[in-house]
Write a protein that binds this ligand. Structure first.
Ligand code: GLA
Length: 700
């Protein structure tokens, strides 16, 4: 077996070494060139006073038996015994950018398989599994991924939130101890961090080092940064296993959800660029242009009146909408959120002739049709619950814990699973439905199947259900929604084509939310809608121009009763829709850029194409400027040697300017990339809650 294994791709290197039978990650980070010598000296520190007499290299397994005094990689036992492991590497196989390591502990009788893969963008995917090779059961408590962090990584960045206010960044210093961001909601959740990022104090959007991890998982999870007393620090993540959730019988294996790890030398935007490229390279990434969508929810809520819907559809088609989505309220006794959930049968009172005619009207108008489901949940007031009260997930004897009047169906129960699958599939077979919005409006807590914790299996079941639906209905697209952005993660991403970012359609809130959701997920997967005004979640009134400019940077849509809008608004929506369609190739494949803007009252961000020929930026004045003039607009990633034509555009109407005369460049100027990046242009003075678009096109 080789002593040292070195992977190098996309500006990222991984060096693994075999040290006294343990596997040690000697380096994960910047490219370090071709290695002609062992780098073992880089980790052989002093032996200090009051310490183990020999140098300890616990390696990836982080075992006490090898001197590790922080959190371990694996924790479990055999009926109270064999908790302490000492794994020995039994095989390392390298092929191309893939390394597979087998570790054995013949006393505890476990076999661990570690798979590392570095893709062309420098994204490291790790998949670890543990197999019980003994003759009795092994209770697995936790099985984590950990990667080393260098001492200069001094801060962490992660995201916290709640319903309607997801992904608020929190950045803090790393100190000795364990920093944990955990999610116990049984879905990733609104407070789910989506990624844990370690950085240096000076790391910005554009520059500095960052080490980021994410987990391909939608169930319970935790992200961790640990610095132990000897200064060693690392970043890790794992699925949270509830007590007894995984008990491995002889020959059984637990495969942990994949870890995705990214290192960047070019700041937080470097991290997004790598994640975006990795996500875009998946075979399941949507290839079709992202259709301009109108979702009916905030337009009609439960008021399913065919005439109203037709009136909305009429105007939607005129505006240029390409997909119309009928949200909650079309099925069972679902006249409010208190009844009917679980009965996926068209409500005959509301839709006496089924959905055929509404769908064909919508198709005739040249739009796709989408429909809402929430297949994992059930109202107690439903035929399904009356027939199968035992099909809900709970722990025997505890009173049922309703949330939005819902309980969770036990999809680990084969009968319940197949009921949901068949009922949903029957609707998709009977009606020509192009797209479904799949919701998950409550937490999965106190969730047992036959008294055994069932979050893990429930999570795997929904992945299975989505795959089966897509297999049966190959053209079907799915949107992942969970009361807004409560299931945005790298696990469900492989089964869905869009994420509903937040129930909060207020553009001012969306500016921040989209900025940080985009840290990991590329814009074409993020549902961004123009909501009504005043906004239903905040009561704030915002101009159409601001709402539309904000909604452009994603998979754009409208969630507003357009049958009641003014003719000026309709005209603005038409030009905006045309602009979205003309530019979505760039918006959905380009590189996302967030400028480290010198004024905290505004954002400057955009998308540039790979050849650096074409970019669209948005300058969004969020709150009033403190100085007279907002900070100079300096750009990034342009070709310094080429000239660019720069101008402001207003596809959904001009913003509210607060000035006598605007900067001269707004109507057009030609400057070199170097000038635009080094000197930049004066920002116009806008009223707060206003934005404009800046087009930058290479002219020679
Ligand atoms: C959730 C979703 C909304 C809407 C409602 C319907 O809150 O996030 O977009 O679909 O459910 O009940």
């Amino acid at each position: 077996m080789k002593e040292q294994t070195h992977l190098s791709r996309g500006g990222v290197d991984l060096v693994l070494a075999l040290v006294d039978g343990a596997l040690v990650i000697e380096h994960w980070g910047a490219a370090i060139g071709k290695l002609t010598t062992s780098i073992s000296a880089t980790r052989e520190r002093s032996i200090s006073n009051s310490a183990f007499d020999n140098r300890q290299f616990s390696g990836v397994m982080r075992e006490q038996s090898r001197g590790w005094l922080g959190n371990p990689t694996i924790s479990g036992h055999r009926n109270g015994k064999f908790w302490s492991t000492k794994f020995e590497v039994s095989n390392i196989a390298t092929s191309g950018d893939h390394v597979e390591v087998v570790l054995l502990d013949s006393q505890v009788q476990l076999e661990i398989n570690l798979r590392f893969n570095l893709d062309e963008y420098g994204v490291l995917t790790q998949v670890n599994s543990v197999k019980n090779i003994g003759s009795d059961s092994y209770t697995l408590n936790n099985f984590a991924y950990w990667l080393p962090l260098p001492d200069r990584a001094s801060q962490t960045l992660d995201f916290a939130g709640r319903w309607s206010n997801e992904r608020n960044p929190q950045r803090r210093d790393i100190a000795t101890g364990l920093w944990v961001r955990d999610s116990h909601e049984g879905r990733s959740g609104h407070n789910f961090t989506i990624a844990e990022i370690a950085l240096t104090e000076n790391t910005s959007f554009a520059s500095g080092e960052a080490w980021a991890i994410s987990l391909a998982w939608s169930g319970n999870s935790q992200f961790m940064v640990e610095r132990i007393w000897d200064r060693t620090q690392s970043i890790g993540a794992s699925e949270i296993l509830l007590p007894g959730e995984v008990i491995l019988q002889p020959n059984e294996k637990y495969e942990a959800p994949a870890l995705k790890a990214v290192y960047s030398k070019s700041g937080l935007d470097g991290i997004s660029e790598k994640f975006h490229s990795h996500i875009r390279a998946r075979s399941v990434h949507p290839k079709k242009a992202r259709p301009l969508t109108l979702n009916m929810w905030e337009a009609i809520y439960f008021d399913h009146d065919a005439r109203k819907i037709n009136a909305i559809a009429e105007v939607a088609a005129e505006i240029g909408v390409e997909r119309l989505v009928l949200d909650d309220g079309w099925f069972g006794a679902r006249r409010s959120d208190r009844a009917g959930l679980g009965d996926w049968i068209v409500n005959k009172e509301v839709w006496p002739n089924g959905l055929t005619s509404i769908i064909s009207d919508i198709h005739d108008k040249g739009m796709e049709f989408g429909l809402w489901f929430e297949g994992e949940m059930v109202n107690q007031d439903s035929d399904l619950y009356r027939a199968h009260p035992d099909w809900v997930l709970n722990t025997g004897g505890h009173s049922e814990n309703n949330w939005r009047h819902e309980l969770v169906l036990d999809l680990t129960n084969a009968a319940a699973f197949s009921h949901v699958l068949e009922q949903v599939s029957a609707v998709l077979t009977e009606f020509p439905i192009d797209y479904i919005k799949w919701d998950h409006n409550r937490v999965v807590v106190d969730a047992s199947h036959n008294l055994q914790a069932a979050v893990r299996n429930q999570t795997l079941a929904i992945y299975r259900l989505f795959s089966e639906l897509k297999k049966r209905h190959p053209k079907l697209e799915i949107e992942s929604c969970a009361s807004g952005g409560g299931r945005v993660d790298l696990g469900v991403i492989d089964y869905v084509d869009r994420f509903w970012v937040s129930d909060n359609n207020d553009a001012l809130e969306r500016q921040r939310n989209q900025r940080w959701t985009g840290q990991i997920i590329p814009p074409e997967l993020l549902g961004t809608h123009i909501g009504p005004t005043p906004g239903h979640q905040t009561g704030r009134s915002l101009s159409l121009s601001f709402r539309a400019t904000t909604a452009l940077f994603g998979h754009a849509g409208i969630e507003w009763d357009v049958s009641k809008i003014s003719s000026d608004d309709k005209t603005a929506l038409k030009t905006w829709a045309a602009y979205y369609k003309a530019n979505r190739d760039l918006l959905h494949t380009g590189k996302s850029i967030r400028i480290d803007y010198a004024d905290e009252n505004a954002y400057l961000y955009g998308v540039i194409d790979r050849k650096r020929e074409r970019a669209i930026f948005s300058f969004a004045q969020l709150t009033p400027t403190t100085a007279v003039h907002p900070a100079q607009l300096t750009f990034r990633d342009l070709n310094p040697e080429k000239n660019y034509q720069v101008k402001a555009v207003y596809p959904a109407g001009a913003p509210l300017f607060m000035l006598i005369e605007p900067p001269t460049w707004l109507t057009g100027v030609t400057l070199s990339g170097a000038v635009l990046m080094e000197i930049g242009l004066p920002a116009p003075i806008l009223a707060p809650e206003n934005a404009l678009l800046i087009e930058i096109n290479q002219s020679n």
